[in-house]
Each structure stands twice: as C-alpha cells, then as structure tokens.
Design a protein around this ligand. Structure first.
Ligand SMILES: [Fe+2]
Ligand SMILES: [Fe+2]
Length: 500
C-alpha cells in the first residue's frame, strides 16, 4: 500500500496545522476522542501499566522510606522523578500517554489484520483487474447506520479491498446539514470501527463546497498503484448524470453498486456505455435512511436496531437530533400510538417533498408534526367548528390547538394544518406538501399507490392535482353531498378544472 511514512504524516499534519490551526487541532482532538471510545478501556489499562513501570522505582523509594524512615530512601525516591511522575501537567504523563497509544495501536493493528483475513477468507473476489483495490465511500453520515456499514463490508469481502476510505462530506452541494461535522465524524469513526477502513478528513477540512470529482482526482494521484472503487447505494447512481463532472469521476474510479430493482440495472448499463465505466454489482442492503433515524430520535421512536449501539449511545449522550423533542413529547399526550406513527411517516414524506422542491424543511416538519394534533380531541368539539363534518373538523381545531398549546404563530404553518384535509383554492406550497404527505405516507395503502407512482413519473404538481381529484371522487362516492365541505369543492374546481 502506498502508505505515507511517519515522517510524511508528521509533515502533512504540520502543514495542515499551519494552514488551518483551529480546525486541525479541533479535528485531532475529535479523532483522539473517537479512538479512545473505540479502544478506550484497553488504552487506559495500558497507560496505567506504563505509568506504573516508570513510577515503580519512585513508589518503592517512598514505600521504603515509610517503613524504615531512612532519609536516603526519600532522596532516592525524589531523585527518581518523584515530582515528575506524580504532578499532573509534567512531561512524564504525556510521555506515558504517547507510549500507551503506540502500544495500543500496534495491538489493534495485529488483531485487525487477523480479522480482515478472516473476513475475506473463503470468498473469491470478483474477477476484476489484478491491481490491489481501495474502496471509497462518501456520505453525510448523519448518522451512519447499519446499511452503510453492511455495504462497505460486502464490497470489502466481494472485491477483496485492501481498505476503504470512508469520507464524511464537508459542505455538500446538495444538502443542508444541521449536525455539526464534529459529531458526524465521531459517529463515523464509531460505526466503522470493526472494518478495515480509514475515516478520511479530506472533505471536512476542505474550504467551500466539496465535489466527488475533486476528491477522486486527488485520491487517484495519491494511490496511483491501486484501483479505486467508489462504493454506492443504487439510488445514488440514478442521479449520477447530475453530479459535478461525472465523466471525470468515471475516468478515475470504478464503481461498486448495490443493485435493487431493474431501474438500477438499466442505469448501470447506461453508465457503462456512456462513460466507459467499470461497475461491480453488490447485493442490496436493507433500505434504511438517516432521515428516518434522525426523525425517530426526535420523536422518541425506537430505531436503535438500525445503528451501531455505540453510535446510538453517542447520539443519546450528546442529545443529537433533539430540535423538536419537546414538541414531540407534548404531542404524545394528544395522540394514540397509531396516530403518532402516522404522524412520523407524514413527516418523512414531507421532508422528502421539501427536499425535492427546495422548500423550508423546518416549516414542513412543524406543520407535518402538528397536522393531526387535534385528531382525538376534535371528536368531542362543541365550539365553533361543530358544524364541520367529523373527518375534517380536527384540521380546524388542530390549527387553533397548535397556536394555543404548541406556541405556533407562523400563519403559513397554521394554514397548512387547517387545510390539510379539505384543501382549498390556491394553496401555498407548504399547504400542498402537508396535504400530499398526509395522503401518500407509506402506511396509506392502496389509496396512495397510484398517486405515489404519479409523483415518481410526473413530479409533485401532477401528483398533487391527482390527489385532489382522487379525494374528491372518494368524497362523492362515500358521503352525502350536503356533508362535503365547501373547501373541498373549491380545491377540486381550482386544481382539477382550471390550469395549475
Ligand atoms: Fe388529518
Ligand atoms: Fe393525517
């Protein structure tokens, strides 16, 4: 492996330190912290043993002085680093720490080599070039979950990778990150601790936007004797043409792609032809998304089986993903378990639409969280909304409840809650998102299937229009005309009779 020598590593560390002093020190501390968490107990034990070895002459000296009161022993003990060994902040303690870290790293390496050999043993790597190969796996890792780890494990085993560079994104061009890079990096270190990977700082330290094309070009220069294999979940490949300079990427790397479904196979064929790319296929991994995990943590829904237990503890300890926790705790008082889970899935759909349309995610999340907040209390409503049909009443009561009990003052959010069941003419984008998310969340079943298909094939506007039309048909088939809310008619006339 074209590994940097210790001297080169020290040089590049100081170069980086000179260029970005605060960032480099911060990341060094974080990496140290993550490493301590990985093998912490063993490291502390080694540190204590090293320290005891250095301190033993001093300790024996003091012990003898205590037993014999012979001043010579005291002199001897003091002479043997008496002060240096015990006082915190003296050079001996960092020296012991450095020796302990070196011993610990050596032990880790010996064990990892064994486990890597065991992991690959019995599997014949796929036919590929005879060059040794290194995997590249980038991502937000907010948080890293089991499917990320499984994908890298499969690529390592199937393609006989020497190692994989796991690269947490810095400021990615496509996404707005909310979690500090520091936490994402620490979680990534923990999640991949059992695989032959190196968590790379290349993108998190880079100023400005990071593009895969730049990263792979740099890596190709650094690892010129290796085949570089970019590991991807199949869905990422579908948008490959929209990446920054895809042809550059395909020039420098091969691809290892988890194949789920025919559309990805078609895309692989297209990419092979268009970019003359080498693509290795991997078995698909479970479909888990980091958004699902983040939102589950926010809402207090247990998803601990989707992430490494150490990562989960890290999330809990650092109170990550707790922006909406207070609101969600309160929301639980108002909803039964089934309605609460429906709300969770509506939020996920809402986020999906918000990201696709570039809408403000915070407003969408708040509106989706509270859209059904009055579902259970509206049944007994005797106030001004009593005249509304039971099924739509909760939306109007909910908007009032969101304002009074949840402190929502944003009229746009309140309107999205108020009109999520009936719709109305000329809805805002936020209102449309909540309306459609409520209808298409994943547990809705048959009613949602063709609307979801319309969204995938023709986009949001057409799916929304179709949802309004389908809801109108449903109302006419299942309700007395006199009970249908005038707002539903207004929405149908506006979106299904007129042009959008
Ligand atoms: Fe509702
Ligand atoms: Fe709902």
């Amino acid at each position: 492996m074209a590994k940097q020598s210790l001297w080169q590593r020290i040089k590049s560390f100081f170069k980086r330190l000179f260029k970005h002093p605060i960032k480099t020190l911060k990341w060094t501390l974080i990496r140290l912290y993550a490493k301590l968490r990985k093998g912490g107990k063993r490291l502390i034990l080694i540190f204590v043993i090293v320290w005891l070895i250095f301190a033993s002459p001093t300790i024996v000296g003091y012990l003898l002085y205590f037993l014999t009161k012979n001043a010579w022993h005291l002199t001897y003990a003091n002479a043997w680093f008496g002060f240096w060994m015990f006082a915190p902040g003296t050079p001996m303690l960092p020296l012991c720490a450095v020796i302990a870290i070196a011993i610990n790293t050596t032990i880790s390496k010996i064990f990892k080599v064994k486990s890597r050999k065991a992991a690959v043993a019995g599997y014949a790597p796929d036919a590929r070039s005879t060059k040794p190969a290194i995997g590249i796996f980038g991502g937000t890792f907010d948080p890293p979950h089991n499917s990320h780890v499984e994908l890298v494990r499969r690529a390592t085993v199937k393609l006989g990778l020497s190692k994989t560079l796991v690269i947490p994104n810095g400021d990615a061009p496509h996404k707005l990150f909310e979690t500090d890079k520091m936490h994402r990096l620490a979680m990534t270190e923990l999640a991949f601790a059992d695989l032959p990977v190196k968590v790379s700082l290349d993108e998190v330290l880079r100023e400005g936007k990071s593009y895969t094309a730049d990263t792979v070009k740099e890596l190709a220069e650094k690892y010129s004797k290796y085949e570089l294999i970019l590991i991807l979940g199949g869905d990422s490949l579908l948008s490959f043409d929209n990446w920054y300079h895809p042809e550059e990427i395909a020039r420098y790397v091969s691809f290892a792609v988890a194949v789920r479904g025919g559309s990805i196979r078609d895309k692989i064929r297209e990419i092979k032809k268009k970019y003359n790319a080498i693509v290795y296929e991997l078995e698909p991994v479970a479909a888990i998304s980091s958004t699902e995990i983040r939102m589950a943590v926010e809402m207090g829904i247990d998803k601990s089986d989707c992430v490494n237990p150490k990562v989960y503890r890290y999330i809990e300890r650092n109170k990550l993903y707790s922006k909406y926790s207070e609101l969600c705790e309160k929301l639980r008082w108002y909803l039964d378990e089934e309605r609460y889970m429906h709300t969770y899935y509506v939020v996920l759909k809402g986020i999906e639409y918000a990201e696709a349309l570039g809408e403000d995610r915070d407003s969408v999340i708040r509106a989706c969280l509270l859209h059904d907040c009055a579902k259970q209390i509206a049944e007994n409503e005797s106030g001004c909304y009593k005249a509304y049909e039971k099924k739509v009443r909760h939306a109007f009561v909910g908007a009032d409840l969101a304002k009074k009990e949840f402190g929502v003052n944003d009229e746009a959010i309140l309107d999205a809650i108020r009109y999520h069941t009936t719709g109305r003419a000329n809805m805002s984008r936020l209102e449309q998102i909540v309306y459609l998310a409520d209808i298409t969340e994943r547990t809705r079943g048959l009613f949602a299937v063709d609307i979801v298909r319309t969204y995938e094939a023709q986009g949001f506007n057409e799916a929304f229009r179709f949802a309004v039309e389908k809801s109108w048909d449903y109302l006419n088939e299942n309700m007395d005309k006199k009970d249908i809310c005038a707002l539903s008619k207004e929405a149908y006339d506006f979106y299904c009779k007129d042009e959008i």
